[in-house]
Design a protein. Structure first.
Length: 133
């Protein structure tokens, strides 16, 4: 991407997150919704907004609500961003962040197993030596 599209992506990401933070009056958009990235097409006509929703059970419904509210979100963003033309938004689930979270959880489990071996494998502590030091 060019520097200009990077700047526009960053600006749009902040603006969309602010709109969501103020709240939408759509009951489908529930849970913790985070904008993890925005990718703008080279012609600046469309922007793919990557979204993470917690808990996972609410992701499909929230994405459906965001797609339906895309025009309203675009209008709100246009009011806060100085751009000649705000791109149309397409919302997609950010699966990469969930994969990263799964990898980090696996690493944490492996680390805890390495540092804290099960009680079955532990050797008894040596008896203190008689006669002192």
């Amino acid at each position: 991407m060019s520097r200009r599209t990077d700047q526009i992506s960053s600006t749009l990401q902040r603006a969309v997150q602010e709109v969501l933070a103020r709240g939408l009056h759509d009951p489908r958009v529930t849970g913790l919704t985070t904008i993890t990235g925005v990718t703008v097409s080279p012609d600046l006509k469309t922007a793919v907004v990557l979204v993470t929703v917690l808990p996972d059970t609410k992701q499909a419904l929230t994405l459906h609500g965001l797609e339906d509210a895309a025009g309203h979100i675009r209008h709100q963003v246009a009011r806060s961003v100085r751009m000649r033309r705000v791109p149309e938004f397409k919302f997609k689930a950010d699966l990469a962040s969930k994969e990263q979270a799964a990898v980090l959880a696996a690493i944490a489990r492996a680390r805890s197993e390495y540092h804290d071996p099960p009680d079955d494998d532990q050797q008894p502590a040596p008896e203190p030596h008689e006669g002192g030091w």
